[in-house]
Unconditional design. Structure first.
Length: 64
């Protein structure tokens, strides 16, 4: 189990088998809420990711 509280778009793409641009697209469309670092990198909270996966019937990766 991964104990991270926030994930990068790269982390999420690897966990669920999608592309990084796909994750960025979900964020840009408002489907997956994120916060931005001072360097404008997206960070998605564990709870937001869990909610998104459940809402979209995507299953939960073992890492979560």
């Amino acid at each position: 189990m991964n104990n991270k509280k926030h994930f990068t778009t790269f982390d999420i793409a690897q966990m669920i088998g999608v592309t990084i641009p796909g994750v960025i697209n979900w964020v840009d469309k408002g489907l997956l809420k994120s916060e931005f670092t001072p360097g404008k990198h997206r960070r998605i909270s564990r709870q937001e990711l869990l909610n998104f996966l459940k809402k979209n019937n995507m299953g939960l990766p073992e890492e979560l």
